[in-house]
Design a protein around this ligand. Structure first.
Ligand code: NOJ
Length: 591
């Protein structure tokens, strides 16, 4: 028996949770962004003990898995997505002993823990990178992507970068390092150098590290930008789009030539044989992936990942200039996108389902209506539409409370490196007016979803007794967990019901899905079928009344399984009249 097999067996005994093949079809995942979840020691920063103190909240919601955003040692240039030690906890979050306690606490409640795996890049303060940059002869030199200046240029001068790629977080994707006179690649900030996955030693080091976490009892990994790990040979220049400062390297680093091989290798090396591997959950974050690619990545026979986070539906409000060039959402476009993914992964493979995470604005503010009048009902409508689809739903912390975007008006309000870098480049390099840039950052900026979880109506929303690292969203007296957890009419209770339905109704986890009324600009409609059962979901995702001819969809009767308004349910008999943001699910015994 190898060390890898041994660690898998330890885990199996540790979690003790039933794990039939595809168990995650019936599961709901809850994402914790630790610095904003709960602060146990008053330093203004969320921590692991804060999570342990709120395990009852997570258990009450009924979710099956927690995905924990990075808690590893990190200089925090990108809030922990820049890791300097993969096998230790950053002191600001606690200790390994705290993490062990968290794992035990979750397992005791029947909840699994999925760790964030950030291995496209490390921190520039990781010992691997410190060795790599120390000399061209260092044994770890080739662990990162080093290149000389473009021929005929002066190293270190603008335009001398090895190729024209832009970083995802503004500026060039290359940093000149005087010590050895070469450049290193960083697709994100200059403090996040890309690892060289072509080097088998790098891959082995990652596998060893993952096995170590498996041995500690973790139940899977969310793999950060994992489709960027295989770059096209030669790193060619990218196309420079109109108005862009840099070339687009995306076609050369996303979904690269050896990605499938690297994913299958991880799976084999870390999770053991097929029987053992079913116990884990792997979800690859894969920006820009197509349905066709996802069919391969998530094909169980290929053993790459169980599911991916695709980005297509996240792009429905992006203009030609990207996320900070927003445009209004057109519901038919959103529905067509989700329909394409439902259809594409219907036979083989599997979808993840999400409206939000730590990189996106709050769902209710973006896809719903966060006004006082419609906030709760629209949050519930969005939850209904998402959770009753085929796939594994992800709930981002606070989404179960209907938390909204925050107020980001002045550049001082922002903390996120992506927004700060973008602002600097837009105003200083492009010469844009701050008054033009700030509203877009305020709409799409990642800090919107990174404000503290609103636990109660005490100062700082019960998140900390100190000074929070980012201001609490001003509406916490109205929107908070204490007000919702025991209120059967709350957004929280609605989400809990959605989790229960996924657990209890096989049609929700396993049924087929057919989208309807794709051109309708107000109504999100689909039906599910399993054996002789049917489920119909109609949701008015607008602030105006809507009408649906359900009989044209073949539905004239059904038992209501879920609704989001307290008073009355529209009848299925005639044309269905839906009030603003009303969402209803009906079930019947024949498909
Ligand atoms: C995706 C993560 O979700 C995001 O927060 C991070 O900034 C980038 N990957 C880089 O790790």
């Amino acid at each position: 028996m190898t060390a890898a097999d041994e660690s898998v067996l330890i885990t199996t005994e540790r979690s003790g949770l039933p794990a039939e093949r595809g168990w995650w079809r019936k599961a709901v995942v809850y994402q914790i962004y630790p610095r904003s979840f709960a602060d146990s020691n008053g330093d203004g920063m969320g921590d692991i003990r804060g999570i342990i103190e709120h395990l009852d909240h997570i258990e009450k919601l009924g979710v099956d898995v927690v995905w924990l955003s990075p808690v590893y040692r990190s200089p925090q240039d990108d809030n922990g997505y820049d890791i300097s030690d993969y096998q230790d906890i950053d002191p600001m979050f606690g200790s390994l002993a705290d993490l062990d306690e968290l794992i035990a606490g979750l397992h005791a409640r029947g909840i699994r823990l999925v760790m964030d795996l950030v291995v496209n890049h490390t921190s520039d303060e990781h010992p691997w990178f410190e060795a790599s940059r120390s000399s061209k002869d260092d044994p770890k030199r080739d662990w990162y992507v080093w290149r000389p200046a473009r021929p005929g240029t002066v190293p270190g001068e603008p335009g001398a970068e090895p190729n024209n790629w832009g970083s995802i977080f503004s500026g060039p994707a290359w940093e000149y390092d005087e010590r050895t006179g070469e450049y290193y690649l960083h697709l994100f900030t200059r403090k996040q150098p890309d690892l060289n996955w072509e080097n088998p030693q790098v891959r082995r080091a990652v596998h060893d590290m993952m096995r170590w976490w498996v041995a500690r009892g973790v139940d899977g990994f969310r793999m950060d930008v994992i489709n960027f790990i295989s770059k096209v040979d030669g790193l060619p220049d990218g196309e420079v789009h109109d108005g862009a400062l840099f070339g687009n390297g995306f076609p050369f680093f996303a979904g690269g030539p050896r990605l499938d091989e690297f994913l299958a290798e991880i799976n084999r090396e870390v999770f053991g044989d097929d029987e053992e591997a079913v116990r884990f959950l792997t979800v690859g974050e894969m920006p820009g992936s197509t349905v066709e690619q996802a069919q391969l990545y998530t094909d169980p026979a290929r053993r790459e990942v169980d599911m991916i986070f695709q980005f297509e539906h996240m792009e429905v409000d992006e203009g030609p200039g990207g996320k900070f060039d927003p445009r209004p959402i057109h519901l038919p476009e959103l529905k067509r996108s989700l329909a394409r993914w439902q259809d594409g992964l219907a036979e083989n493979g599997w979808n993840s389902l999400y409206w939000s995470n730590h990189d996106r604005p709050r769902a209710v503010s973006r896809f719903g209506d966060d006004s006082e009048e419609y906030r709760e009902v629209s949050a519930k409508a969005l939850g209904t539409v998402l959770h009753l689809m085929r796939g594994t739903p992800y709930v981002y912390q606070g989404e179960e409370l209907g938390m909204t975007n925050t107020v980001l008006e002045r550049i001082e309000d922002f903390r996120d490196v992506e927004s700060l870098n973008y602002f600097r480049e837009a105003t200083e390099v492009r010469g844009q007016d701050p008054a033009e840039v700030l509203p877009a950052l305020g709409y799409a900026g990642r800090d919107n979803s990174r404000t503290p979880v609103q636990w109660d109506d005490s100062s700082n929303a019960g998140f900390t007794v100190g000074e929070p690292w980012i201001a609490v969203t001003p509406n916490y007296r109205m929107i908070n967990a204490a007000a919702q957890v025991d209120d059967p009419a709350s957004v929280f209770s609605h989400y809990r019901e959605l989790v229960r339905l996924r657990h209890e109704l096989p049609i929700v986890s396993d049924g087929t899905l057919t989208m309807h009324l794709l051109d309708d600009e107000q109504v999100f409609a689909y039906s599910r079928a399993l054996g002789d059962e049917g489920l119909l979901v109609l949701a008015n995702l607008s602030g105006r009344p809507a009408r649906v001819d359900a009989s044209a969809l073949g539905w004239t009767e059904g038992e209501v399984v879920l609704t989001n308004l307290p008073d009355g349910v529209p009848s299925l008999g005639a044309e269905v009249a839906l009030r603003p943001w009303e969402a209803v699910a009906w079930r019947r015994r024949h498909a």
